[in-house]
Design a protein around this ligand. Structure first.
Ligand SMILES: CC(=O)SCCNC(=O)CCNC(=O)[C@H](O)C(C)(C)COP(=O)(O)OP(=O)(O)OC[C@H]1O[C@@H](n2cnc3c(N)ncnc32)[C@H](O)[C@@H]1OP(=O)(O)O
Ligand SMILES: CC(=O)C(=O)O
Length: 606
């Protein structure tokens, strides 16, 4: 035999085997890729469909954006014959009962839905629409035992009273009735952190966290919130309590869906429960809104010429004004013109998030009522087009907020005017601090807004920040304005401190001498150093100066980037404090550096 020929033949054989294996692997990868793409397509389809269904029936699951979660996890099995149990018909809800039941019947056409509801009279109205109707308290173990008749369930959804006791007892009492491989969902876990939910010293959130820790396996943890991580789990060490043992042995996967609206959640926690939370989480959860507010340019709503300029400005935020920039006899003209812009201008419709906002008149006045009624209205006839528009501003500025009562009025009025308008699921708000009493009541105003929004209006209204109405404030306290604004130092510092404590934006005062750009620059830089997020401006010529001052400089960005890297390096080597560019650095410096990088990231996106 000729040796080179054998050698060549052998090599050819190996080559062909490799080629074949490669081809097979390629085929397999393509096959897997196809499955993945199909799955993703299915999930996206389910999410979209469920979104429409939730919206159509008007359940608050729509406002909480739970379609993302349900669509992903239940979407793939939606046509199967499932046994579903939901706790709570929504009997006390503003939107009326039965909305989620109707949604499930539509989204899960082959499933059987059972309900556990506390309110007998309300529950009985839905008897014919459920497979099993259980009446009683979700925190009563005797009642929970009765549910064995309907079990095992493929899916159990706790959308009941949301208190700590209710969520924990239902979880412990009903989990045994869940089919192997079934899904147990607790909605609105954030409610555990509110004052009213404090009817037990342990929350479902604590139970789930404890389980996660016991599993000691990060793969049990799915978290949709960026930067939100459990701290080192293996430092915890405790025994399993008897009632958690069943859960521990049977839970396969835990997903925290605490994020109905994370901003609302964290803000509603305020200081009360934050410790519990921060012991579990990374301290820098990103809470600031996803767009910057460096320059907020006022444009009088009745002034057509100025209104025609709003698309040319690069200001982060345009405030279409109905208040002080508009004369009393022009108020209705301003409202109509603003409404008309939202009805007709494609550019406003394409750029709706955060940029084009409206300042109404002060809460509890008939002017404000008319502003809301006209501008935040459900349907508007579009003249000459025989059609209607449903577009609403996504952000509202409310001046002269002096006390918590006004906030109640504002939310109620907005809610009443827009309640059938399902698109309004997250209206951002800026309040104004412009009087001595407003400064004194700041904490109360913020807490009222956060808790009303979270608990009564299900995150529909989102307090985004405060604006300092310096001219009105000066008039109120009898101060005279000076160039360096020394008379306003206390008010500015207090406002910034309160805003930052609640992770809100703080917008600094106006510089009315609009031709003096040097003076403006100085005041902007002063505000930025104090911690303000941005500033009000009245003239397009002020925008660039202002936005530059509130954009971190290249030098600052380099400092922050280097600091974050150095911090990570020193953390790994076990050093808490270290020296960076001649300064002592520890956690607060790191957070400042990260703030700078976050602003830059947001500015780059616009
Ligand atoms: C304390 C508070 O409450 S502040 C909020 C309430 N105040 C306001 O809303 C005032 C807003 N600002 C304004 O109305 C104006 O800037 C004024 C009255 C101060 C000055 O206006 P003008 O005298 O027209 O200024 P000027 O001639 O420099 O304007 C230059 C151009 O910019 C336009 N312009 C001026 N201000 C604005 C504005 N805020 N928005 C859009 N365009 C504007 C003008 O229409 C003008 O356009 P043109 O060149 O096509 O003629
Ligand atoms: C902005 C405002 O209203 C003020 O400075 O008083």
């Amino acid at each position: 035999m000729n040796k080179p020929k054998i050698f060549f033949g052998f090599n050819l054989f190996i080559f062909l085997v490799c080629l074949f294996t490669l081809y097979k692997n390629y085929e397999k990868s393509l096959y897997l890729l196809n499955i993945e793409l199909n799955r993703q397509e299915q999930t996206n389809k389910s999410v979209e469909e469920l979104k429409k269904i939730f919206k159509k029936h008007g359940t608050d699951k729509y406002f909480h954006k739970y379609y993302n979660f349900y669509g992903k996890f239940i979407g793939p099995i939606r046509n199967e014959e499932l046994e579903v149990l939901e706790i709570g018909l929504g009997c006390g809800m503003i939107y009326g009962p039965g909305k989620s039941l109707l949604s499930w019947k539509e989204f899960l056409p082959n499933s059987k839905i059972s309900i556990l509801e506390y309110d007998r009279n309300c529950a009985l109205k839905f008897k014919n629409q459920t497979k099993n109707l259980f009446i009683g308290s979700q925190s009563d173990f005797n009642v929970l035992k009765e549910l064995e008749i309907g079990s095992p369930f493929d899916i159990i959804i706790d959308d009941g009273g949301h208190s700590r006791l209710q969520q924990t007892r239902s979880l412990i009492g009903l989990f045994p009735y869940l089919k192997k491989g079934g899904i147990y969902i607790i909605e609105d876990l954030y409610y555990s952190f509110t004052q009213e939910a404090n009817d037990s010293n342990r929350s479902a959130f604590d139970v789930l966290t404890k389980l996660l820790i016991l599993f000691n396996n990060p793969s049990f943890y799915y978290d949709p919130v960026p930067n939100f991580k459990l701290n080192k789990i293996d430092t915890f060490n405790f025994d399993i309590e008897p009632d958690l043992k069943y859960l521990y042995e049977n839970v396969e996967f835990i997903m925290f869906s605490i994020r109905s609206n994370l901003k609302t959640l964290i803000k509603s926690i305020g200081k009360q429960k934050y410790l519990t939370f921060s012991s579990l989480s990374n301290p820098e959860i990103n809470l600031t809104a996803s767009y910057p507010s460096r320059a907020c340019l006022y444009v009088p709503g009745n002034d057509s010429k100025k209104l025609s300029k709003i698309f040319a400005t690069n200001a982060d935020c345009v405030v279409l004004d109905c208040e002080d920039g508009v004369a009393l006899n022009k108020k209705s003209e301003a409202r109509e013109k603003i409404r008309n812009l939202f009805d007709t201008d494609q550019r406003i419709q394409n750029n709706i998030d955060g940029k084009f906002t409206v300042r109404i008149n002060p809460a509890e006045t008939s002017l404000a009522f008319e502003d809301i009624k006209t501008i935040f209205t459900i349907k508007h006839e579009i003249k000459d087009k025989n059609t209607t528009s449903n577009l609403l501003p996504k952000c509202i500025f409310i001046p002269k907020t002096n006390n918590a009562r006004q906030i109640g009025w504002l939310f109620e009025t907005l809610h009443e005017q827009t309640k059938q308008f399902k698109d309004l699921d997250n209206l951002n708000m800026f309040f104004y601090m412009e009087s001595a009493i407003s400064l004194i009541n700041l904490n109360d105003i913020i807490k009222t807004a956060l808790s009303l929004s979270a608990e009564k209006y299900h995150g529909r209204f989102n307090l985004e920040g405060f604006v300092f109405g310096s001219d009105d404030f000066c008039a109120d306290i009898g101060a005279s304005r000076t160039k360096d604004s020394v008379e306003l130092t206390y008010a500015r510092q207090k406002l910034v401190t309160y805003c930052k404590a609640y992770k809100l934006k703080a917008i600094d005062m106006v510089y009315i001498d609009f031709k003096d750009l040097e003076g403006l620059k100085m005041q902007c830089e002063q505000g930025a150093r104090m911690g303000f997020t941005g500033k009000q401006v009245i003239h397009p010529g002020q925008v660039d100066v202002c936005q530059n001052a509130f954009t971190p400089s290249q030098e600052k960005i380099e400092w922050a980037t280097g600091l974050v890297e150095a911090f990570e390096y020193h953390q790994k080597s076990g050093a808490g404090a270290f020296t960076y560019k001649g300064q002592m650095i520890d956690m607060p410096s790191l957070l400042q550096a990260k703030n700078i990088l976050k602003i830059i990231e947001k500015v780059k996106k616009i």
